[in-house]
Design a protein around this ligand. Structure first.
Ligand SMILES: [Fe+2]
Length: 264
């Protein structure tokens, strides 16, 4: 999908919202969503028009964890407060673009699942951007130097004080590859990893998919597989976000091509 009115390029192919859609009110929806998360790491949803509906759905799938900016129920209302434009750590609470990233990348163990639902779309902009980490890894897999540099346990230092060293592509039992990435000032790279960042960023641009969320629509993703971001927006916009770990544990990330994971 290439939109002349939007910056960047977007991966061609079927509408990503339709391709990953599960209706949350259908019988067995939670089971279907759980299975899809294991297969593709991404589900799109609709009909979640209120905070209560978002919370109810999130609680069926994960232990909703309270966050710095969340309410007592664990949901974070994401809108432009008009007060966070100069505070990079709070850029999510502004109207600014958010580059593709892993949520909670500075934590030793980032949350496995992220649910984001839009209850009030912006009049202009605010579209969600998503990239499958398996697509990024597939472009890296043929370059052993890049795989080695980006899989180094000290490839990046994520966060500031209290942050953590971590690889972009980790190694997990069974060959699964969890992803961790961000592109702002809150990561410092190992010199060998830095050599491959430009190629990684270009791959992200080639593979990014855009979702235009209407009221009540959202996505649920495996935060150790998919990167997310958004474009800037004008006007009022509200989303709710839930973070947590799944009730039914599953290996994080994806199985790479070299381990029989098929084409990305
Ligand atoms: Fe985020």
């Amino acid at each position: 999908m290439n939109r002349p009115d939007l910056p960047g390029k977007f991966a061609p192919g079927a509408d990503p919202f339709a391709a990953h859609f599960v209706d949350p009110v259908l019988p067995g929806a939670v089971k279907t969503v759980t299975a899809r998360l294991r297969e593709t790491g991404l589900v799109t949803l609709s009909g979640l028009t209120t905070r209560a509906a978002v919370l109810d759905f999130a609680r069926q799938l994960m232990d909703v964890q309270r966050q710095r900016d969340s309410g007592p129920d664990g949901l974070t209302a994401i809108d432009d407060t008009g007060q966070h434009l100069r505070w990079p750590r709070f850029s999510g609470q502004s109207s600014l673009v958010l580059s593709l990233h892993t949520e909670g990348s500075a934590r030793v163990a980032p949350p496995r699942l992220m649910l984001l639902v839009c209850t009030e779309p912006a009049p202009q902009g605010g579209h969600s951007l998503l990239v499958d980490g398996r697509s990024l890894y597939a472009e890296t897999e043929d370059c052993p130097e890049a795989v080695a540099a980006l899989s180094n346990p000290r490839a990046g230092f994520f966060g500031r004080s209290g942050g953590t060293f971590a690889p972009v592509f980790a190694q997990h039992d069974g060959g699964q590859v969890p992803v961790r990435f961000r592109q702002d000032e809150f990561v410092r790279w190992h010199p060998l990893a830095r050599l491959h960042l430009h190629a990684l960023r270009m791959a992200a641009v080639r593979h990014q998919q855009m979702l235009t969320l209407e009221a009540g629509q959202g996505y649920l993703l495996d935060n150790r597989r998919w990167l997310h971001g958004r474009i800037a927006f004008d006007g009022a916009r509200r989303c709710y976000r839930a973070l947590g770990n799944p009730h039914e544990p599953a290996p994080p990330g994806f199985l790479p091509r070299s381990m029989g994971g098929g084409a990305a």
